[in-house]
Structures are given as C-alpha cells and as structure tokens.
Design a protein around this ligand. Structure first.
Ligand SMILES: [Zn+2]
Ligand SMILES: [Zn+2]
Length: 290
C-alpha cells in the first residue's frame, strides 16, 4: 500500500517528465523552423556567426526577462532569437527544480546509502534529465510521506509553470462511465494519463480532500487528513463496486418496503366498483359489467 502523498509525488514526476518532453520538442521545432526556413533580416539564411550573436543576445536579455516575469509583464513583439527565450528559461528552471528535489531526497535518505547516494548514479546515466527524474522516482518510493508531500508540491509548481509556457493542460482523462467520487459524489474523477500504465492513478478534479480515518468514505487504502484524494485504479474499482453494491442493497430494501406497503395498501383500501368488476370480469363471474 503506497501512501497517498507518495502517489502524488510520483505522479508529479511523471507529469513533469511529460511537460519537459513537450518543451524539448517545442524548442527543437522552433529552432528548426526559424533557423533553416526563415530568412534573416538581410535575406540570406542565418550563418553560424549570426546564431552566436543570437546566443549572446539571449544572455544579455536574460536579466530583463527575469525582471519582467517577476513584475508580471508579458513581453510582446518578436525577438531575434531563434527560439522563444521563455522556453529556454522554463527548461532551465525545470532542470534546476528536479536537481534540487533530488538533493532534498538525498539528504532525507542519507542513512540509507544504497538509495541516498543516488545523485552520484545520475552522473552515470546517459541523459542527465532522465537520470535525475529516474532517481526521484526511485527515492520517492522509500522516503517518508511528509518529505514526499513537500517534493510533490515543488514539482507541481514547476510542472504548472512549464505547462503555462507551453499552454498545455494537465493530462487528465475522464474515467469511462463517469462514476461519482466516493468521497464528494461529484462525477469528476480523472485518470492521470501522463503516468505509464502500471503507475496510473485516478484523482478527483473537484479537489476534495481526505478527512481521515474517522469518517472519510473515500476508501483509499491509507487515509491521511488534508491530502487530495488519489487512488490506484484497482483500489478505486473495489471501492466503487462496494458503493454500488451498497446502493443496490438499499434500493432493493427500499423497493421491498414499498412493495409491502403497496400490498398492505391494496389489502386495506376498499376496491371501487369498477376495479371490483374488472378483476371479477377476468374470472368471468360478473359478465354484466364487461
Ligand atoms: Zn471528490
Ligand atoms: Zn478520504
């Protein structure tokens, strides 16, 4: 049984990985289109020297961009850079955030050398980004839930920033059949499809939170107050099956009570002449009424 805070953290890593993959794609696409296809200011394709100048320009503009970001100013107009600068900034911020969280986990797991020293392994991985996020996925499974919650919050903030640059939403797909959330009852359960199938989770988009072991009807295997509800699909299926069975049992009980009442009612209430005649006509004893 995985703690819900750990599930949230693992999901945040997968979501960030997806956004980062899209970002890299966007950077490549823009670089390809602008460098090779678009003519430079003077007409001919941009030379290597011109690209170097763009690079210097990017460096020079960086401080201005950060200042504008903090002041909430959206820069308009084109730039001479082959790739939109905010894409490169977002990429850099994501890499820094992932590395920072990897170090946080390293400190939290210092006394478990095999996992704690993972950042050293990252250097051995061919791709630094995949190595760092791979380490996050490994270490998060053994870290305490409170640390996992902090890592999840930091990664979610980074993921949201990356997606706002890309204008991409979180990958949340509706659940087939739209069953109601066992906790809040709203039909807004979503599958987080950024995760690979074995790691998929279901979350409630209404944002309902667990109220703990005493009275929460969510049915998560581990209950923790204030955490947003999150289920493995198999756990949710079991809870929904229980809820449906309970609802069916209730409706059957209600149906049988109503049936009994109706029966009693039919016994108690005197039949009208027409009703009496119709029922008797079926048995052909009152032919004059038909
Ligand atoms: Zn809910
Ligand atoms: Zn709950």
């Amino acid at each position: 049984m995985t703690h819900p805070r750990i599930l949230h953290a693992l999901t945040a890593v997968y979501s960030l990985r997806q956004a980062y993959r899209w970002l890299r794609q966007a950077v490549t696409d823009e670089a390809v289109q602008r460098v090779h296809l678009a003519p430079g200011p003077s007409g001919p394709p941009r030379s290597r020297a011109a690209l170097r100048r763009f690079d210097q320009l990017l460096q020079a503009e960086r401080a201005d961009r950060i200042h504008a970001d903090r002041a909430g100013i959206t820069q308009v107009g084109s730039t001479a850079a082959p790739v939109r600068p905010e894409l490169l900034d977002a990429q850099r911020r994501a890499e820094l955030a992932a590395a920072e969280q990897a170090w946080e986990l390293h400190y939290a797991l210092m006394f478990r050398p095999l996992v704690g020293w993972g950042p050293q392994w990252v250097h051995l991985a061919g791709d630094r980004w995949l190595g760092t996020t791979g380490y996050l996925l490994l270490a998060l499974t053994v870290v305490d839930p409170v640390t996992a919650g902090e890592v999840a919050a930091a990664l979610r903030r980074c993921d949201a920033a990356l997606r706002s640059v890309l204008r991409a939403e979180r990958s949340l797909d509706p659940l087939p059949g739209s069953p109601p959330c066992p906790a809040c009852g709203e039909r807004r359960l979503r599958v987080e499809s950024a995760c690979p199938p074995p790691a998929r989770v279901v979350v409630c988009e209404a944002g309902c939170r667990c109220t703990g072991e005493l009275d929460c009807p969510c049915g998560m295997p581990v209950l923790d107050e204030r955490v947003h509800h999150i289920w493995r699909p198999a756990d949710l299926t079991a809870v929904l099956a229980q809820t449906t069975a309970a609802a069916n049992a209730e409706s059957v009980a209600a149906g049988s009570t109503m049936g009994r009442k109706a029966e009693e009612g039919s016994r108690d209430e005197p039949k009208s002449h027409r009703q009496r005649c119709l029922s008797d006509a079926e048995s052909n004893s009152h032919a004059h009424c038909v």
